[in-house]
Unconditional design. Structure first.
Length: 403
């Protein structure tokens, strides 16, 4: 039997097939199961392992998991994965956000603190809501470190954390059999609707019952851009959730309608409008199906915001998703007033920028209206894209001018 590589720290060794190491040499942080030649030992789900090439040269250390993505690399240099390692990574993420003007901002106290691969901590998401950190674990390896990570998140200098809420029931692999339960893991459990501040606007956030961690933080800069285009316009915020885009649009718009299929979401949108503008009759929350509302709205709006949930979370439904984006954008382009503005988005990671743009192009071509792209949008600085991991650029958007 081939001798196992010498162990420096006792980690199980994984050796890749010849030629399957190139992505790691390019610092891509995923090892796919099909690239593995040999596993020395029987790693458990979430265990730290070392990865070697076919010549047994060290490539990286990461968390093992059964499935297509077999290892998520934490370090490309030999490192012990311990409290010092995680503290260093968390502090680097915070320092980066300080340099971006977020941590410590007087006008914004809600931002993403840790963004998985973008902060070299694959499997960990942490969002900061004015003193409450909401964490989501996407890998068993990170979940196994939850107590240590919670402790470290409460010790960040200059970032006062009064509570940590673990919201991982629906983010961890089902086959792992962990049966996680959402709940506070630090602090007394502050009310989840306490308002937060974003670019000077107030928002109530329900991180317990809301989608994702409670608020779509990744649209912050795109909301700000939308407010500049909404001057004097009649605005439709479709799939409007709790009214993030609506609040920004209300600053300048003549009228804003927030449409969502969830009555709880539209009720929160109404509250968010009231937090910032009182009982302003120029806003209306409407609980309705998005496509049906579009069908009934020809010529009613001269600005539309289309921010649907992910139409595709896996490649096996990609074609259906692209058809969904095409159908949605075609209806919007058909129905908007001449001279209208459309903000259209996809948050599906498996939908590339090119595929999304082709879907919108096909939608526009079917309407035979003249359409210009005036902005191409992505996620903000607190959702950084690791240049070696293009998959982390999940949010893409276009701003269209429709004649």
């Amino acid at each position: 039997m081939k001798k196992a590589p010498a162990s420096g720290d006792g980690n199980i060794k994984i050796v890749l097939k010849s030629g399957k190491d190139q992505s790691l040499h390019r610092l891509h942080p995923w090892v796919f199961s099909g690239a593995i030649k040999k596993v020395y030992g029987e790693p458990s789900d979430g265990e730290v392992v070392d990865v070697y090439d076919n010549k047994e040269t060290f490539l990286g250390t990461g968390h093992f998991q059964p499935g297509s993505i077999a290892v998520r690399i934490l370090s490309f240099v030999p490192r012990e994965i311990n409290s010092d390692f995680f503290r260093e990574k968390i502090l680097a993420a915070v320092d980066y956000r300080r340099s971006m003007g977020l941590a410590g901002s007087k006008s914004t106290n809600v931002f993403r603190l840790i963004h998985g691969e973008g902060d070299q901590l694959p499997g960990l998401i942490a969002d900061f809501y004015n003193g409450v950190v909401v964490v989501q674990f996407h890998s068993v390896g990170m979940y196994r470190e939850r107590d240590l990570l919670t402790e470290l998140l409460t010790e960040i200098p200059g970032i006062p954390v009064k509570a940590v809420y673990n919201k991982s029931e629906n983010t961890l692999p089902f086959m792992a059999g962990l049966n996680p339960v959402n709940g506070y893991v630090y602090g007394a459990g502050e009310p989840s609707t306490e308002p937060v501040l974003e670019n000077g606007f107030l928002f109530g956030v329900d991180w317990v019952g809301g989608q994702k961690t409670g608020f779509f933080i990744d649209q912050r800069e795109n909301r700000l851009l939308a407010s500049k285009f909404s001057d004097g316009r009649t605005v439709l915020n479709l799939f409007g959730y709790t009214g993030g885009f609506s609040v920004y649009a209300m600053k300048n718009a003549r009228m804003v309608h927030t449409v969502d299929s969830s009555a709880a979401a539209t009720a929160m949108a109404t509250k968010n409008i009231a937090l910032n503008f009182g009982n302003d009759s120029s806003h209306e929350s409407i609980t309705a199906d998005a496509f049906q509302h579009l069908d009934e709205s020809r010529g009613k709006y001269d600005m539309m915001i289309l921010d649907p949930p992910a139409f595709a979370k896996h490649n096996n439904v990609l074609n259906n998703a692209l058809q969904g984006y095409k159908r949605l954008n075609m209806k919007a382009i058909e129905n908007i007033k001449p001279g209208g503005i459309i903000f259209t988005f996809s948050c599906s990671q498996v939908v590339t920028k090119e595929n999304f743009r082709k879907s919108v192009f096909a939608a526009a071509a079917n309407t035979k209206r003249n359409v210009r792209i005036i902005h191409q949008l992505s996620q903000p600085a607190d959702h950084p894209v690791n240049i070696y991991h293009p998959e982390s650029e999940y949010l893409k958007g276009l701003v269209l001018f429709v004649e």
